[in-house]
Design a protein around this ligand. Sequence first.
Ligand code: HPA
Length: 244
Amino acid sequence: MTLAIIGGTGLTTLEGLEITRREVVRTPFGEPSGPVIHGVLQGREVMFLARHGYAHTIPPHQINYRANIWAMRHLGVRKLIAVAAVGGISEEMEPARLAFPDQIIDYTYGRRHTFFEQDLTDVVHIDFTYPYDQALRDVLIAAAEEADLGAVPWGTYGATQGPRLETAAEVRRLARDGCHLVGMTGMPEAALAREAGLAYATCAVVANWAAGTGGRTVTMDEIEANLVQGMGRVRTLLARVVPR
Ligand code: HPA
């Protein structure tokens, strides 16, 4: 089963990936975030795409999620691991930790969020009760346990519009809604992956305490420092996950 990794903030390259080629994919939905990188990681072929572009220039609300997912499907990808930086809302979700969310609440708006828009013979409603693929989550959870990464194997991901961070009141609302994590790129990516028939799971990397938790504001410096540590854990994780 062809595996691909979509990297987010802090993961625009995949260390240890022996790159074999870069492929520009044209899609009916426009341009993906960049060429898809084909390579070999831990002896296994994988594809990689940097969600924000390889120079990290595409903000969350301008990512062409449809083109990215379409390109993956077109290239034969069947399993997709999404790495995404998030803010931590609940107390387990401390900075630099990894978490594998099991639910999503979507607060984004105005994004092109479905493939089922035109030329329909029937209205399509995908089942999205469990938005992440459980088998792929199990692989991530087992690998993180073996590597003793202290990852949190659950969590509800609140997807916000960005690119600004949230207000303290917005984070309080997210917490009341039951969100444990907040990020800007989880949707519509997860739903499009389901529409495209890809097994999709997210490895969230906590970059900061969400705005206002413990009376704090958020600084880019702390985000960067935590992501360096968190992405080190992601690399350890992927080195175990990929050969399976
Ligand atoms: N909020 C939303 N997205 C994020 C955050 C945050 O606090 N940190 C990293 N991505």
